[in-house]
Design a protein around this ligand. Structure first.
Ligand SMILES: [Zn+2]
Length: 354
């Protein structure tokens, strides 16, 4: 499932950091014991990183925005040119260009989304009210202006009510569909934009000026980069593909009382450190990213779709809460059923991971 130890490069880096913090124990960090079962007075690796980086927050914010700018140029500037150059060669080169470039671009856009839009949602970049505008500008530059304000609101609701009846991450519609026709549910999740129709009833307070900012920036970016519509649609498809697989590893598994899994995901700026992210959303993405190098993972992104299709009992943690009654996901007062009973009924172990 996961590697037995951090990579050699990570081990060297850890030893270097240990010189500054001799109390750090590599094995406890790897086993996540400092997070999940801390000794009295024990500081987590991430808490030490946050403290050490605190005086450099402005430089970190500048670095994040620089990475974002480079990524945007790569995806919307270089990407379409690369596809055009390969298409001009025809045959295998053209097919490879259309297959691979939007695929990698989708991963990059996902990473940039995590780095700026998600971080701005948690006020982790400028750490003031301008993070709101920054997130919406970033959504415009990623050609996702239709998510402006809506994503931020939806995501905060998810954090507030994670794995409970009000968690908009797992609606009653998704629950019923995944139980009755799992393949159809997978298809639904893999259709970008349309896979949000079950959330349309949710009331979202939108500041019109902020939404207009996102659309205005997207228009300027479209005039600047002029990416072909087909290219944009393919990037959008792969971005959504990564996002769906994230959902299926982040908050899916068998009941173990956990909020979320800890998993590896390429180019994702530490979002796989998901249990810690839910415990403290103010831990910056770059700290999560570095911390994750030294942590044992339950899963990796590639397990999402596979587990969902192969295991009937691979389900959202929401469905395994004691108050949950199947098919009535929104009912917060369903018949109480101890998690151990549900796990035993399935004849499975009670671990969320492998
Ligand atoms: Zn979050």
């Amino acid at each position: 499932m996961s590697a037995e130890a951090p990579s050699r490069a990570a081990q060297r880096l850890f030893r270097w950091y240990q010189r500054r913090h001799p109390a750090l124990d590599a094995e406890r960090v790897w086993a996540r014991l400092d997070l999940e079962s801390p000794a009295p007075g024990e500081l987590t690796l991430e808490a030490r990183l946050v403290a050490d980086l605190a005086p450099h927050r402005a430089a970190l914010a500048a670095a994040m925005l620089l990475i974002f700018g480079l990524g945007v140029s790569l995806v919307w500037g270089l990407g379409p040119r690369l596809v055009a150059a390969l298409s001009a060669r025809g045959g295998f080169a053209a097919a490879t260009g259309w297959a691979l470039v939007p695929f990698f671009a989708g991963f990059v856009v996902h990473g940039l989304f995590i780095l700026v839009v998600h971080e701005a949602t948690h006020h982790n970049i400028l750490q003031n009210r301008f993070d709101r505008s920054l997130g919406n500008i970033a959504l415009g530059l990623l050609f996702l202006p239709f998510l402006a304000e809506r994503y931020q609101h939806t995501h905060r609701v998810h954090h507030r009510w994670v794995n409970t009846a009000h968690d908009n991450n797992w609606t009653a519609f998704r629950d019923k569909l995944s139980q009755r026709a799992r393949v159809l549910y997978v298809v639904y999740e893999l259709i970008p934009i349309l896979n949000n129709v079950d959330r349309l009833a949710e009331r979202v307070p939108v500041r019109r000026l902020q939404a207009a900012l996102a659309w205005g920036v997207a228009l300027c970016a479209a005039l600047l980069f002029r990416p072909p519509v087909t290219y944009w649609l393919l990037v959008l498809f792969w971005l959504n593909f990564v996002n769906a697989n994230r959902l299926w590893v982040e908050h899916f598994g068998h009941y173990r009382g956990a909020l979320a899994n800890t998993y590896s995901a390429p180019l994702s700026f530490g979002i796989g450190h998901h249990a810690l992210h839910h415990r403290d959303p103010r831990v910056p993405a770059l700290v999560l990213m570095v911390g994750l190098w030294f942590r044992r993972k339950d899963l990796s992104l590639r397990h999402g779709l596979y587990r969902l299709l192969r295991r009937r009992d691979w389900a959202h943690f929401r469905t395994q809460q004691p108050d949950f009654a199947p098919s009535t996901a929104e009912a917060s007062a369903g018949p109480a059923r101890p998690p151990e009973t549900r796990a035993a009924a399935r004849g499975r172990d009670s671990t969320g991971g492998a």
